[in-house]
Design a protein. Structure first.
Length: 177
């Protein structure tokens, strides 16, 4: 169907608006699951732009700390501004800024989680994917932060990047009285 021209001379505006409405209905949005997706709701359609597009080296990708990307079947967590750096970015651990090493993990649907563990006054980091958001426990030496998530759209794993300047992790301990 072609775009309706302006109303013909003598044509009622209602008839022309009907033709315009029928034309616009044919312009259904479709997402490819890599660069955008469409959610249909009762209130209408919502277009989500997925800037990372699931590709590890996409020109549309996020270029900041804790950049998530696929490479060779792995999920890489690295510094998008400096991919050759050994650190993916900085984390605020109980008020101290510490460098976080890059990571490489098996991708699957879920949240990309940074776990910080405090042992003998030293912090160690690990990356993982969890289908549920972890919760801290009183007296635990672990804390968590989320860098993004992986979703499956039509059997295609897609990254949703959560842009962070600094990841924040609080590690609680038993309160001393």
């Amino acid at each position: 169907m072609n775009l309706p021209d302006y109303p013909e001379k003598g044509e009622s505006i209602c008839a022309w608006l009907r033709r315009l409405f029928l034309y616009v209905r044919t312009l259904e949005l479709r997402g490819d699951g890599k660069t955008c997706r469409i959610d249909r709701t009762a209130a209408g359609s919502v277009l989500h732009i997925l800037p990372h597009g699931g590709g590890g080296g996409s020109v549309y990708g996020y270029n900041g700390p804790f950049r998530l990307g696929f490479d060779g079947g792995k999920l890489l967590i690295q510094n998008g501004a400096n991919p050759s750096s050994a650190n993916a970015g900085l984390a605020n651990i109980n008020g101290d800024l510490l460098p976080v090493p890059t990571g490489s993990i098996e991708p699957k649907a879920g949240y990309v989680i940074l776990t910080a563990e405090l042992k003998n006054n030293a912090v160690t980091f690990s990356w993982g994917i969890s289908t549920d958001l972890p919760t801290g426990e009183n007296g635990s030496s672990k804390g968590y932060s989320v860098a993004g998530e992986i979703i499956k759209i039509d059997d295609v794993e897609t990254i949703i990047q959560y842009p962070h300047g600094v990841l924040t992790v609080f590690i609680g301990g038993e309160c001393k009285q």
